[in-house]
Write a protein that binds this ligand. Structure first.
Ligand SMILES: [Zn+2]
Length: 596
């Protein structure tokens, strides 16, 4: 049986280009940057709804040093002049909901003016990148990150222990997910507050709406309101949600009173509706070519979780949800609830960097002024992170994260896409440099995977070290290994797996679960012989695990071999009559056991 869904493992094969090991993300960026002068620029400082015309902004040592009318500000010798006449300078943008995959995607954020991100399911590699970027050793957006998601029910004691562990590792916040129990919720939140951690997440179903808000936990996804406040029966399949606009004021009032922030991820939900109802259209989006290959593959018809997850009878429901969320968003903004723009990139569709502009456009479409929309990606997140003194506005002393736009975003929010250049911590990247960095991304992934496949064979220990630092969500490794099986056959994969285990018998890369996941990746691709070979290999390597036979049986049945499927479900039950998939196996045997 499948592990609880890891959709990232639904990966595909793609053409591999020539192999060049990329020196890891533009090493040694720490070189001192010369001071910058934006002369005759229109500044949108974001501390007030105004445009300061014909200003000179001096950047020195990574910070904004001075701002004033161009007639009065002296530009020191040795300063790099940035041609800015008629252009508009805004603070660097924040995407407050991302799932960082690898540093390979960082140029996409920067090229889109996104200089800060909030990563909502952290691993040690994310902490490493956070430090490298802050130290100037890696070029990328400033990172805030929660620890790994709290995604299972625990006792209060266990939850407190986990919070302490995350705090000691240095994560900025905790991320709550649906399954957190009522029993643990209050202790978890209290401990996170005691440790000064940011509180963010879904509205866990047991603690429910009112307790979550009263606890001061900020909310990711407006969808979460529909599953709780608008769902009186709290049923898991959401059949009792009442998309009742008359209830919006009640939800807004409770939210406003609580003081929490909300990350709507509304354009993200809109893409979910589009993926479900009109996937062909969605896949025409030109920015999807920048997605990591495993994400791109997961969006395709055979693997798309929304296309396959929502049958046509659900379409009216998800459309009603989107309509309700749009009205709810405007009402929350009107009530003064701090809104933070977030996209879920790169997870369910929105592409790193690009998605944020879609989100800002969505807010304006829903009735925000362009200034209010910009607040959601500048001052609001800075305040949420308790770093207003560091970023979010253009004022002396703030970090020099700046975006120079060709046209005024307060006149038309889509002008945030017209980027003339970006200052990242005082390092100036003009339009051409950003374009070059960005255009290398689609080719960088296959290079990286090809190189990784080579390293896994030639030097597994080194490959493991590389993955520890560059593959926090295990997507790169899964793509490389499933690619080996799909392109060169299961025997090749077998050899590489043995090689990895020789180098490290306990390697997590090729654990029972990982190999099982690879089998499902291949099964999703309808690569039956390869999938079957991989699952069989797992039964041979882990003969005491009932689940290996269960998965093998599933693949056999999918490929049409009922007799062997029956034999392997029997074997699974023989190994462990009470394994988690036992009921399903018995059901299968009741149906097919006498077919032979
Ligand atoms: Zn997310």
């Amino acid at each position: 049986m499948r592990a609880p869904t890891n959709l990232f493992q639904q990966i595909v094969v793609f053409v591999l280009s020539a192999c060049v090991w990329i020196p890891l993300n533009q090493a040694s960026v720490a070189a001192t940057n010369p001071p910058l002068a934006f002369v005759h620029v229109n500044v949108i400082p974001m501390n007030h709804d105004e445009v300061l015309e014909d200003q000179t902004v001096i950047v020195r040592d990574g910070k904004i040093a001075e701002i004033g009318p161009s007639a009065t500000v002296h530009v020191p010798r040795g300063t790099r002049h940035i041609e800015s006449k008629g252009k508009y300078l805004i603070p660097g943008l924040t995407d407050a909901h991302v799932h960082l995959q690898t540093p390979t995607e960082f140029p996409l954020f920067l090229a889109n003016g996104v200089t800060t991100v909030f990563n909502l399911d952290g691993r040690p590699a994310h902490l490493l990148w956070r430090k490298q970027i802050a130290d100037g050793d890696l070029l990328g957006p400033t990172i805030f990150t929660t620890g790994p998601i709290f995604g299972q029910a625990h006792t209060g004691e266990q939850a407190v222990h986990m919070v302490d562990e995350q705090a000691s590792l240095g994560y900025d916040g905790v991320k709550i997910y649906n399954q957190v129990s009522k029993a643990e919720y209050s202790s978890l939140i209290a401990e996170a507050k005691r440790k000064g951690m940011l509180l963010m997440g879904h509205i866990a179903r047991e603690p429910d709406f009112e307790l979550t808000l009263a606890s001061g936990q900020s909310i990711a996804h407006l969808e979460e309101f529909t599953y709780t406040y608008f769902n009186p029966q709290h049923d898991a399949i959401n059949s009792h949600i009442v998309y009742d606009e008359a209830r919006i004021p009640g939800a807004v009032q409770l939210t406003a009173q609580s003081g929490v922030s909300v990350i709507p991820t509304l354009s993200t939900y809109a893409t979910i509706v589009e993926q479900a109802t009109s996937l062909d259209n969605y896949l025409k989006r030109p920015d999807l070519k920048y997605d990591p290959p495993w994400i791109f593959a997961s969006l395709q018809p055979a693997a798309n979780r929304y296309k396959n997850g929502f049958k046509p009878e659900f379409y009216p429901r998800i459309r009603s949800s989107l309509a309700l969320q749009r009205k709810l968003l405007k009402a929350l903004e009107d009530a003064g609830v701090p809104i933070m723009a977030g996209t879920d990139a790169s997870d369910v569709g929105p592409v790193a960097g690009f998605g944020l502009h879609d989100e800002l456009q969505e807010y304006v479409n829903d009735g925000f002024t362009p200034f209010q929309a910009l607040q959601t990606a500048t001052v609001n997140p800075a305040r949420y992170f308790r770093r207003s003194q560091e970023f979010g506005t253009i004022e002396p002393g703030k970090r020099a994260d700046l975006v120079l736009l060709e046209q005024n975003p307060l006149a038309d929010i889509s002008n945030t896409r017209k980027i003339a250049g970006v200052s990242v911590r005082g390092r100036w990247l003009d339009h051409n440099e950003l374009a070059a960095l960005m255009e290398d991304v689609p080719a960088a992934y296959p290079r990286q995977i090809k190189q990784l496949q080579h390293e896994l064979e030639a030097n597994p220990a080194q490959a493991q070290r590389y993955l520890d630092d560059n593959d926090p969500l295990d997507n790169l490794s899964a793509t490389a290994l499933s690619g080996l099986a799909a392109e060169q056959g299961a025997t090749k994969l077998r050899l590489v797996v043995l090689n990895i285990r020789r180098s490290d018998p306990k390697s997590a890369l090729v654990s029972e679960e990982k190999i099982n996941g690879l089998g499902y990746t291949l099964l999703n691709l309808k690569k039956y012989p390869e999938a079957i070979a991989v699952f069989r290999m797992n039964t041979e390597d882990f003969p005491q695990s009932a689940n290996t036979y269960d998965s093998y049986a599933e693949a056999l049945f999918d490929s049409g071999d009922v007799a062997k499927a029956v034999a392997n479900y029997r074997k699974a039950l023989e190994v462990d009559p009470k394994y988690p998939g036992a009921a399903g196996a018995q059901e299968f045997l009741a149906k097919h056991g006498n077919d032979q």
